[in-house]
Each structure stands twice: as C-alpha cells, then as structure tokens.
Design a protein around this ligand. Structure first.
Ligand code: SAH
Length: 466
C-alpha cells in the first residue's frame, strides 16, 4: 500500500526535517505484518515528495492467526489487505513518523508549527460509504478532495465498480495535522481493523484527534467507526470528547489558576502543600506514585527530587496542562535515567483506567473541588475501587479559612472553576464515608498555619488501605 505526501513550500526538501527522515536515504522498518519503507521519489528545492510504502505479507498474517480461520477459505490468502490503506498504515505511521505526528522538529520547529501547502495521495482506499464518505471525512478539515473510482476489474466492466478509490487531498495545513488526520480517518474509511480493539484505543483516538475531532461535524460517526463493535468504548470516547468541548477550557483554567495563586500567595500556600504531601509519601515509604489531576506539574517536580521514588506518573484531563508540565519539567532534555522515572498520561478521573492500577500512593491535590458534585460518585469509584492505591492523599481548600484572605471578597471561591469549597466538617464527613465504603482508614492533617477559629487554609485527608 502506498501513501505519498508532497509539498511545494520552499525549500521543499525541509520536508525531511518535518518527517525526521533524511531525503537522500531509504528508511526501512520491520513491522509485525511486513515491512515499511519511507523514501523520497522526488526531492528538489521546489517540490519534494515522501512516499510510505507498506509491504504487507498476507501469508504471514494468516500464519500469525492460526486457529482463527479453520474454514480454510481462499480469501485469507487472496484479499485487498496488501494494497488498500488501512489500520496497518496507522500502525506504520506510529512507528516511523511518531515524532512528526507530535509536531516536534529538531531543526525546523517554526516550519512544523506553520500551515504549508501539502498534497497527500492515497493510492487505494476502500470506502463502503462511497465517495460521499471520503468527502464527509476530509472536506470539513479544509482539504480539497479529488477521487477516482476504480472498477472492480477493467477487463470485466459488467462487474461494476468496487469500493476502491484513489484519493487526493490538497490543503494548506500543518504537516502534523495532516498525519493525524490520516492516522485516524484511514481506518475509519476502511472499517476493518486488523487488531483487537482495547481500551487504550480510546486514548489513542483522543490523542491523535486532539484539536480537530471535537469540532468535526461527523465526530460521532468517526468515533463509532474508529472503534467498531465496541459501543461502550465509543460512548466513553464521545463523552470525553464532549467534556473537552467548551471554548478553550484550558485557557480559562490557566487564568483562574493564576488568580488562585494570587489569593493564596501571601502565605506561600502551594509550597506548603507540596511539602506536606511529600512528607506523607516519605512517611508511608511509597515507591510508585500517581499524581492525579497533576495540572502543570508542580508536585511532579518536587516528586522527581525524591530519589526514593522509582516511578512517578502524572495524569490530567487537560492535554494543554500536560504540555505545559512537559515543558516546565524539560522532559525532552531530561537525562534518560530521570526520564524513565516519570510518565505523563492524558486521562480523566471520571473513567476507570487500567493504567492507574497498582500504585503505592495516589495524590489528588486541589482537584476534587473542580469536579461537578453529581459526577463525584464516578470519581470516588475510579479512585478508591478501581485504582485502589495503598495510600491516597487528597487536599482541598478549607472554605472556613476564606475569611482570612484580604483579597477574596466574602462568599467567593478561591478559583472560578471551583464547583464547591468544603468546610472541615463537610470534607471530614465525605472522607469518612469513602473510608468506610471502600475499606480505608483516614486521618486529617492541616496544611498551612492553623487558625484557632477557622482552621488551616488547606485540608488534607490521608487514606490508608485497611
Ligand atoms: N494538582 C495540581 C493542579 C490542580 S488544578 C496542582 O496542585 O497544582 C485541578 C486540575 O485537575 C486541573 O489540572 C484539571 O485539568 C484537572 N482535572 C479536572 N477534572 C479532571 C478529571 N476529570 N480528570 C483528571 N483531571 C482533572
């Protein structure tokens, strides 16, 4: 199967920098289903084309799946898989163009961030939804779409047309966007995934769909077809897309987070909070820690300095916060040894997530007050029932203390996105219910200077699995 990408942006050979593949060489990769070759049939300053050729081994595919094809039909050996662009392409793209798909470029970052004229030629796609589906998928993304319908067999016109098309997409887009569009939409067109679809497929879809899928007019159809026969996963993916579907929530979150820091600044509260959380982790001897709702990574930085921690994972629903965290922690320049200890993952605390299982401790710092009360129940089960770490540290503002902040008008929350701020009694009641219901014991520690009347500015609950 063959995909080519051409640019006329000059100097056109800069395409090599964007793809992280030198135009003067042929790059070959072994994949489980065959071989991938990336090469440049033309590379001049005016025009440069990169070709990704996949050599799928149909016999190898059958061999790998012994027992599944007991009928022994011919179509397991003679089929369209070697030449139709399908989920095999996405796997190959993930392996050979992974960095290009994130939009990073060593020598040409500005160009990577810029929309440039690009043409993608998809030699053959199979579209059961006909030409209409091809247009519905790509035109809303700004491409001019040209298709050529192939007859089933040129020698037998009476057999009619098959589902096969050559497709040309032309547009002025960032290369990263084109690659991510193809990664998601080629398997959507083909609708015949070659591998088992698990939960991590939802993560992949949301990651690759970041920034465009949520506003695509056919997003529902795309999600359903990307996750065929997995209604539950499709529902989850759609719910999570919708959750992210309000006008730049991350930007608002950032601005509000700044306001909260200003309110709390005079008492250097966040530094005290980090210190208190780290002290608890030390005292329980945690080795593997998950920071849930890690935001821009303030706690992660402190955790990296704790040499006794072998594994640290930061999770957040906001992709943008994770990007900022990654920049602030200088993840791409971190020595390999450090880097191995830290992982950032995109996910929501509203959904059970296998990746969160098995940690010694989870920290949930200033997060619960951002959750809508009706959805708190889902979070509770995800944390205490599904992830179920040995120790859970939860911090949240103490609403009683708000009267002590000079800059905070009476009755206001510290942060505009807070859905609630609890008194000590409310937090302790909630924590007590959690402990009883899920088999933990809980103790409470004040964070920041404690006032005899209203208590400490931050309240912290430490849950130990019984
Ligand atoms: N723990 C960080 C950030 C607190 S702000 C700190 O102390 O600095 C709250 C964070 O919770 C934000 O980054 C927000 O994106 C995240 N968040 C909100 N809802 C979430 C959800 N459902 N799943 C995961 N993270 C969530």
């Amino acid at each position: 199967m063959l995909l080519t990408i051409t640019t006329t942006h000059q100097p056109a050979t800069d395409l090599g920098y964007l793809l992280h593949k030198n135009p003067s060489k042929v790059h070959s990769f072994e994949l489980s289903f065959g071989k991938a070759h990336l090469f440049y049939p033309e590379a001049t300053p005016e025009r440069c084309t990169a070709a990704l050729l996949l050599d799928v081994d149909p016999v190898g595919l059958v061999r790998g799946k012994r027992g599944q094809h007991d009928g022994g039909t011919l179509d397991q050996y003679v089929n369209d898989r070697p030449y139709v662009l399908s989920s095999f392409l996405s796997v190959a793209m993930g392996r050979t163009l992974g960095t290009a798909m994130t939009g990073r470029s060593k020598g040409r970052q500005e160009l990577a961030d810029q929309a440039i004229p690009l043409v993608a030629n998809l030699a053959v796609v199979s579209s059961r939804g006909g030409e209409g589906l091809i247009r519905e998928l790509f035109e809303p993304l700004g491409y001019t779409v040209t298709t050529e319908h192939h007859p089933l067999d040129e020698k037998f016109p009476e057999w009619g047309d098959g589902p096969y098309y050559a497709v040309k997409l032309e547009g002025t887009v960032r290369l990263k966007d084109l690659l991510n569009h193809l990664y998601v939409l080629v398997p959507v067109l083909d609708a015949e995934k070659h591998y088992w679809i698990g939960k991590d497929e939802v993560e992949k879809l949301l990651r690759k769909g970041q920034g465009w899928l949520v506003s695509h007019p056919h997003k529902e159809a795309i999600v359903r077809r990307y996750l065929p026969r997995q209604r539950q996963l499709a529902r989850e993916a759609l719910a999570r897309l919708t959750e992210e579907d309000n006008p730049d929530p991350d930007a608002a979150e950032e601005a509000h987070a700044e306001e909260e820091i200003k309110v709390e600044e005079p008492i250097r509260l966040w530094q005290q909070r980090m210190g208190a959380v780290v002290a608890v982790l030390r005292s329980v001897g945690a080795k593997r820690v998950a920071d849930l709702g890690c935001g821009e990574g303030k706690l992660l930085r402190a955790l990296l300095d704790e040499t006794s921690l072998a594994e640290i994972v930061g999770m957040d629903v906001s992709y943008r916060s994770l990007e900022i965290a990654s920049q602030r922690l200088k993840l791409d320049r971190m020595p390999a040894k450090q880097k191995e200890r830290l992982r950032l993952i995109h996910g929501s605390l509203m959904y059970r997530d296998k990746r969160l299982g098995g940690y010694d401790a989870a920290t949930v710092v200033e997060v619960i007050e951002h959750l809508d009360p009706p959805r708190l129940a889902a979070f509770e089960r995800v944390l205490f029932e599904s992830a179920r770490p040995k120790t859970v540290v939860v911090t949240t503002p103490n609403a009683e203390y708000n009267v002590k902040f000079d800059t905070l008008p009476a009755g206001q929350f510290r942060h505009k996105d807070h859905r609630f701020e609890w008194t000590r009694e409310q937090f302790q009641a909630w924590s007590g219910r959690m402990a009883e219901r899920f088999g933990y014991t809980v103790r409470f520690l004040p964070v920041g200077e404690e006032d005899s009347q209203v208590g400490a500015p931050t309240q912290m609950g430490v849950f130990d699995r019984a």
